[in-house]
Design a protein around this ligand. Structure first.
Ligand code: NDP
Length: 284
């Protein structure tokens, strides 16, 4: 194994300790989550988020609605949480069941509480280079790069996956950090060719082993966001053989996953700061 492993667990623990101090300074702080239906992975993520919130003194409120909940019921709950002064951060766990229009629910969130950065206002501010709320996974990836001294300026950064929650926002953060960014997806003509060019390779596709060891450039920085449940445990999107060629690489588990949780807590503090006028939140 040539590559150095990026220890997301250790960095996340440090960030969580900082967040705990910040929560103490701010006093009461609330994070509400809305989960609709019985998706097993979503349930696990929500449980982890609440455990982590509790440990840093954030008051978590876990709303779990049945799979047949109507769109209007979700919109009504979001409206009541928007109006609730004890709720600083608010997220709706995706995916939502088919009868609910996700875009409509996301638009209904108060942007100042939108800790996932999915509301068009926050997504738009990120596009324009004035980030307000940015999702926890992209922020966690940037924090790992910084922690390991990766200079992305001028680097060829290749992102695999173009979701609103990971691929697109991390591509924008890398662009704003002056990388030259290529964004790949399922219709990319030759994924291997793109991956082999990457100085910084971020893979968020949800396909185990999508990027082979040979598709990683010698000395590259590799961030594996993928979480694939297999009988042998959690596996990433990058073949572990990539560690023979990469300079630094994130393990799965223990890389990006813990960072996502830590950055969500940090985003909740940020929401509280915005709401208390300690940080300016731009409004139309
Ligand atoms: P989505 O399913 O929303 O997006 C997957 C993206 O990967 C799409 O843009 C899709 O392309 C692309 N893709 C799929 N197959 C291929 C392929 N064969 N070649 C190239 N691109 C492909 O997933 P998310 O972004 O929500 O999550 C991605 C992965 O990251 C998942 O494994 C998820 O579990 C994990 N994840 C991990 C987190 C963590 O904290 N570690 C947090 C969030 C997600 P197209 O747009 O063309 O369909």
């Amino acid at each position: 194994l040539a590559a150095k492993l990026m220890d997301g667990k250790a960095l996340a623990a440090r960030i969580r300790a900082e967040v705990a101090d910040e929560v103490r300074e701010l006093g009461e702080l609330g994070l509400a989550t809305v989960l609709v239906g019985d998706d097993e992975a979503s349930r696990i993520y929500i449980t982890k988020k609440h455990e982590a919130a509790g440990e840093v003194g954030i008051e978590g409120r876990d709303y779990h609605l049945p799979a047949d909940t109507s769109e209007q019921e979700v919109l009504d709950l979001v409206a009541s949480l928007n109006a609730d002064d004890a709720v600083d951060g608010l997220l709706v766990q995706l995916p939502l069941p088919a009868q609910i229009d996700e875009a409509r629910v996301i638009r209904a969130l108060d942007p100042v509480k939108d800790v996932d950065g999915l509301h068009p206002f926050n997504a738009g501010e990120l596009l324009l280079g004035r980030p307000t709320h940015v999702g926890a996974t992209p922020l966690g990836i940037m924090a790992l790069l910084e922690e390991y001294g990766v200079n992305v300026e001028g680097a060829d950064a290749v992102v695999v996956g173009r979701s609103d929650i990971v691929g697109k926002p991390v591509a924008l953060l890398l662009l704003h950090a002056n990388a030259t960014v290529t964004l790949c997806h399922s219709r990319t003509a030759d994924l291997g060719r793109e991956a082999r060019r990457a100085d910084v390779l971020v893979v968020a596709a949800g396909r185990q082993g999508l990027v082979s060891g040979d598709d990683v450039k010698e000395g590259a920085v590799v961030i594996d966001v993928g979480i694939n449940r297999t009988p042998e445990g959690l596996r990433g999107d990058v073949d572990p053989a990539a560690a023979e060629r990469a300079a630094v690489i994130t393990p799965v588990p223990g890389g990006v996953g813990p960072m996502t949780i830590a950055m969500l807590l940090k985003n909740s503090v940020r929401a509280a700061r915005f709401r208390r006028g300690l940080l300016p939140f731009p409004r139309a």
